[in-house]
Design a protein around this ligand. Structure first.
Ligand code: SAH
Length: 354
């Protein structure tokens, strides 16, 4: 089979335009979208409201699958880590995190990541390539097959897997359109969170997409420390990053920004750090998520002792800021923040996609 275009690369508008160009009535795009995202059907033969001729024509020209599950591991806490492969044999990962009344899916946007954050497993891999829209969206479709009826649906999506979403924004943007389109996955924008390490010039474009949540990987209160932990800080230092957020009405007038702050022993866990946060983040409606540093092979960083983390959280709280100290989930299967990397080097020779 020759390389085919993938239907999941297109949001509704783009798919309608493409169909019209090919002489297919635009409303057919609505039908195909509903099959793929509302009924989880990828096989044209099962799209029974399309004529047989159209089903054949589409099958000839288009693929609907973009990633396949090669391995699914379940943590003792119910977290599931999915190893997926693209059709050209690259490994990516997605994580399903069940919580009280929701299931959050953490998805990847790149194979590897170019940002090389010092404490992150994905950062050690370098960038292989961007994922396509179809590869981003299909992670959700594949994850849905891993949930039973009693588990419920994927209710929230976080762009916090492998890669830097803002270095692949066009593909991410189209994926968000598909996720939020009432005729696509029909998720409310507030159920979607995109996290960035601080690719400042792309932040205005991201927050213009709609009322999705923005998460920013802060991790330090001085440039000196952030330059080491998040090297893109050398290009876009704290003041530039935070001023950009502060001065953008799409940020300040919408939902609070989530600042991720990975607590690392001896690096960023002092009370002086806690005391610097309110001044630093002044004027930005926000919540601070403290994450204990997760270990991964080769990393010299560890989480502070529990009492140090508790004291840090309490101090930030005393300053009147909204703060939560997260429990790490899925650490026994290396599915927690910053633990996603291809530990299995074997390339997977999948046959042709569906
Ligand atoms: N590139 C984006 C998306 C990844 S989100 C970003 O950096 O925001 C993954 C989150 O986990 C980021 O906040 C990242 O800094 C954090 N993280 C990376 N390595 C970690 C580790 N070892 N322990 C805890 N958190 C980590």
């Amino acid at each position: 089979m020759s390389a085919t275009a993938n239907l999941k690369d297109h949001g509704l508008e783009s798919l309608r335009a493409r169909f019209v160009e090919e002489g297919i009535p635009a409303y057919r795009a609505n039908q195909v979208m509903a099959w793929m995202y509302q009924r989880d059907v990828d096989d044209f033969n099962l799209m029974t409201d399309l004529s047989l001729d159209l089903r054949d024509a589409l099958a000839e020209r288009y693929a609907t699958r973009a990633v396949e599950i090669v391995k699914a591991e379940r943590s003792v806490d119910g977290t599931q880590k999915l190893a997926l492969t693209t059709h050209d044999g690259h490994r990516i990962e997605a994580v399903i995190i069940p919580e009280a009344r929701r299931n959050t899916l953490c998805i990847s946007t790149q194979v590897g990541c170019p940002l090389a954050c010092d404490f992150c497993a994905t950062g050690t891999m370098g960038l292989t390539r961007n994922l396509t829209t179809a590869e981003i969206v299909d992670q959700v479709c594949r994850a849905r097959t891993c949930l039973d009826e009693e588990d419920g649906e994927i209710s929230n999506i976080v762009f916090m897997g492998m890669g830097e979403p803002l270095l692949n924004l066009p593909a991410v943007e189209e994926a968000i359109r598909i996720m939020t389109d009432p005729r696509g996955m029909a998720l409310a924008p507030r159920r979607i969170t995109v996290s960035t390490a601080g690719v400042v010039p792309r932040i205005p474009d991201l927050v213009e997409i709609g009322p999705i949540n923005l998460a920013v990987s802060l991790h330090a209160t001085t440039d000196e420390v952030r330059d080491v932990l998040v090297p893109i800080n050398k290009k876009f230092p704290l003041e530039v990053l935070l001023d950009t957020l502060r001065s953008n009405p799409n940020v300040t007038k919408k939902r609070p920004v989530f600042f991720e702050y990975t607590l690392i022993e001896g690096m960023n866990d002092s009370l002086e750090d806690a005391d610097r946060l309110p001044g630093l983040l002044r004027g930005i409606p926000c919540k601070i998520n403290l994450i204990p540093a997760n270990p991964h092979p080769g990393s010299r960083y560890r989480a502070p002792k529990q009492e140090v983390m508790d004291r840090f959280a309490a101090r930030v709280h005393e300053h009147g800021m909204r703060v939560t100290l997260r429990r790490s989930r899925g650490t026994d299967i290396a599915a927690a923040c910053g633990q996603l990397a291809n530990t299995d080097a074997d390339e997977v020779g999948l046959g042709e996609g569906a």
